[in-house]
Ligand binder design. Sequence first.
Ligand code: SF4
Length: 258
Amino acid sequence: MPAGPPGKHNAQAGGLGSVPALGRPERRAESLAVAGLQPFSSVDFPGRLAAVVFLQGCPWRCGYCHNPGLQSRGPGAGPRWPELRDWLARRVGRLDGVVFSGGEPSLDPALPDVLDELRAMGYALGLHTAGLAPRRLAVLLPRLDWVGLDIKAAPTDAALHDRITGRRGSVRAVRESLALLRSGSVDFECRSTVHPAWFTDADVLRLVSELSSVPRHVLQLARLPDASGTARAPIAWPSAALLAEARVIRPDLQLRAA
Ligand code: SF4
């Protein structure tokens, strides 16, 4: 079974572009665009030992994207779904979850049927999404146990959101997705990748403040490629003072390397 990308992660409202049409039900699962597989992870699906399945395609162009090779649409370079399904069926009992990442996995028309097949095997199911397709998310939510929602910038800051995603109006879909999760019963966390190339200290505090009532908020500290393009250098930011200020707003704010 091929290994996948190293992990990330992750038309309805601005910036989405055209959404792939849903295919005939009996053909959907087989058309899943698998870009790769991480066979085992203890960090990508909280509380679960999970396989991470990366799906191909994302219409946004975030400057810090860790998986730019997964942005273009196409069938994906990973295993075909029937092969992957058989592999997962043999691991029932050794893995207890499967989480989908990308790219933007919510856009894959095959995903609802694939989730149904995995649920029948007994797996817990998770999704990493940037929330760019709320109608797709609404279809997926009844099938999921957990969602990791990327929030690129404070939900009221449309300009910064557009600058990060490279797509105008992109924040509208994210607001809808966040509202769906807030009003539903599926466990979720919000994750925000921050870097001083895009964020001022005030932008970070605004972001933390606007998400202060979601169940969990994680700041992922971006590392950008160095001049050679081969390494991602850690940066001395945010400062201890900024983090202290953020934790006055939200004492349980979490940090993670992006
Ligand atoms: S939303 Fe941004 S970070 Fe996530 S896959 Fe798409 S381009 Fe990459």
